[in-house]
Design a protein around this ligand. Structure first.
Ligand SMILES: Nc1nc2c(ncn2[C@@H]2O[C@H](COP(=O)(O)OP(=O)(O)O)[C@@H](O)[C@H]2O)c(=O)[nH]1
Ligand SMILES: [Mg+2]
Length: 388
């Protein structure tokens, strides 16, 4: 009799453990049905129930551990996919790149700051500093007038207060411009780059190509500088690097037709943006300006719209850049300036001259030669860097 009872109990236990096993294997992780059979073990002795419950708990624990391991592996894989690439660009800081411009000013700033009082010599030194930094004669006079009025109105007496007022004045004069690069309502948009030879047009297009493709836009680069074959090759390399489409023409060919073809290609492929390079030199200046007018017209003959005409200026040329800017504004309506080579320029004040004399915003500045060295111009950061 007792042997029979033991036999039945062992059989019941076996069946229950088997069922629990099968349930644990097939259930979804948070499935509560697992414990249901256990609640229906009427008439089964307590020790057996406890034994079964222990087994089930152990199996459940193992299943949870396994699921947790899978979760950890999955999270690691997602992290890896979302992580920025190892060579993630670090935005260059004005302060680190404006060494030359800062050293032009620093001697004056230290001397003015050390003077303590605001006197005639303070004003002379300030004027000299601004002229040396290539702020330009007219903007310098305007700035000094505004500062004199401010010193009087606010009762400033310390030279350090005067320097703070100057920083403030510069920041507010440089602020307030729209520095975004606009896209046309209907693609493809065309951004045209103009400027004399060697200022950094092709390099700027390359840098922007990287930025725009990284933001998910499809880009066509147009080698509108047909003056030398090397110019097209240089642009072609940038295009390849950032995965942009590339259109070039024959050496000495018509730049307008290259840009027209690029717009056609962009329209056919549904691309967002055409970055159009132009030549910086021709036999005469009159020809160059005529050609730019034609390029501008032809770029809009097809499906594209020119939404930016950017004048590229080399910051190391200082006031000379201003003369160029005036000539280019006569040929084409400029939407902004790209000021390159600010990293190598002792004449940071040219930014003030350009904006105050031409009323055209400096939208981008070049702070070096690599693809990530083009940044949106930030007046506050710029002024703080100059005075640090
Ligand atoms: N240091 C520095 N060099 C630059 C910058 N932009 C362009 N360059 C260099 O200026 C030179 C002329 O540039 P390029 O794009 O060929 O001028 P382009 O003739 O106007 O097309 C090249 O050696 C560039 O690497 C910049 O922001 N900083
Ligand atoms: Mg070029």
């Amino acid at each position: 009799m007792s042997i029979l009872v033991v036999f039945v109990l062992v059989a019941v236990l076996g069946v229950l453990i088997g069922t629990a096993f099968a349930l644990v294997r097939t259930r979804s992780r948070h499935d509560a049905t697992l414990l249901e059979p256990l609640t229906d073990m009427r008439g089964v002795p307590t020790e057996v129930k406890e034994d079964v419950a222990r087994h089930v708990a152990q199996l459940e624990g193992e299943a949870e551990e396994e699921a947790a391991e899978v979760d950890v592996e999955l999270a690691a894989a997602v992290d890896e996919a979302m992580a920025p690439p190892a060579e993630a660009p670090v935005r260059p800081k004005f302060r680190d790149r404006l060494g030359k411009a800062r050293s032009t000013l620093s001697g004056y700033l230290i001397s003015i700051g050390a003077r303590g009082r605001i006197d005639a010599e303070t004003w002379d030194e300030l004027e000299e500093a601004l002229i040396r930094a290539d702020v330009g004669m007219e903007p310098t006079i305007e700035l000094l007038d505004a500062l004199r009025a401010r010193v009087k109105a606010e009762g400033l007496t310390e030279s350090s207060e005067l320097l703070d007022a100057l920083k403030d004045e510069l920041k507010s004069r440089l602020a307030g411009y729209d520095r975004t690069l606009h896209l046309a309502d209907v693609a493809p948009s065309v951004w045209l780059f103009v400027g004399v030879n060697g200022v950094g047009k092709t390099t700027t297009i390359g840098k922007l190509g990287k930025r725009e493709t990284a933001e998910g836009r499809s880009v066509v680069m147009a080698a509108g500088d047909t003056f030398r074959a090397a110019a097209a090759e240089q642009l072609g390399m940038w295009a390849e690097r950032c995965g942009a489409d590339f259109v070039r023409g024959a050496e000495g060919g018509d730049p307008s037709s290259v840009i027209f073809d690029a717009v056609e290609r962009a329209a056919a492929r549904g691309s967002d943006l055409v970055l159009a390079d132009t030549a910086g030199r021709l036999h005469t200046k009159v020809n160059l300006m005529e050609e730019l007018r034609k390029v501008r017209r032809v770029a809009e003959k097809g499906a594209g719209s020119v939404s930016e005409v950017l004048l590229v200026l080399d910051a190391t040329t200082g006031q000379n850049g201003l003369v160029q800017a005036k000539q280019f504004t006569e040929a084409v309506e400029l939407t902004g300036v790209v000021l390159t080579k600010l990293d190598g320029s002792a004449k940071g004040g040219i930014v003030v001259a350009i904006q105050s004399q031409l009323g055209i915003p400096v939208k981008l500045v070049g702070l070096g030669e690599t693809a990530d060295d083009l940044v949106v111009f930030d007046p506050d950061e710029f002024v703080d860097a100059l005075f640090s």
